[in-house]
Design a binder for this molecule. Structure first.
Ligand code: HEC
Length: 173
């Protein structure tokens, strides 16, 4: 009986170790036709539109309408207003969706300029003398942490209100 108990205990200890596997298996091979390692998006050379679809549209939606239910503000016909208030230009680059994306500085500058195009998402909300973002400008502000994002955003929105700008960010209605 005692021997049986000892044997049982030994089995209980040995079996899980024997069953443990390395994941992924070192013997695993890529599926046929899929042998090429993936190119990181920062090196892939996609268009702004594709970069937007891959990195932003999951939250902001394809047309930039955002989603109040998910606390994602509307960019369409609104986001350009941030360029009209003090600190707003920098804010656009420092929001986490931008600053922490997998895109490099030049791609981010190009993407935000694409959003601000007259026929782009920001539409008529962009101020008349919009100065395009450069890679250097993005690099200079991108890594400055924003400690109080909701507070910072609320102050920018308040500045817009004092300028009589209609707050059409989809968050209040
Ligand atoms: C995980 C969801 C998510 C992703 C992905 C994301 N964003 Fe955002 N974005 C938000 C939210 C939420 C806000 C509101 C501010 C905040 O809480 O970060 C925001 C704010 C912004 C703003 C400032 C406008 C405003 O009204 O606050 C810009 C510009 C912006 N995002 C652009 C982008 C771009 C461009 C990408 C892709 C590179 C991107 N975002 C990816 C969720 C996201």
């Amino acid at each position: 009986m005692r021997r049986l108990l000892v044997a049982g205990l030994a089995c209980a200890l040995v079996v899980p170790t024997a069953m443990a596997r390395t994941i992924p298996s070192p013997n695993q091979r890529p599926a046929p036709g899929n042998e090429e390692p993936q190119t990181p998006i920062a090196e892939a050379g996609y268009s702004n539109h594709v970069n937007y679809e891959l990195q932003c549209a999951g939250c902001h939606l394809g047309d930039g309408m955002g989603s109040k239910a998910n606390d994602v503000p509307r960019m369409k016909d609104f986001v350009g207003n941030f360029l009209k208030v003090e600190g707003g230009r920098e804010f656009l680059i420092r929001v986490p969706g931008m600053s922490m994306s997998a895109l490099n500085d030049a791609q981010l500058a190009s993407l935000v300029n694409w959003l601000m195009r007259p026929d782009g998402m920001a539409g008529a909300s962009v101020p008349e003398h919009f100065k395009p973002f450069t890679r250097e400008e993005v690099a200079a502000v991108r890594h400055k942490a924003m400690l109080n994002l909701p507070g910072t955003r609320a102050k920018l929105i308040a500045q817009m209100r004092t300028q009589g700008i209609e707050i059409n960010d989809g968050m209040d209605d």
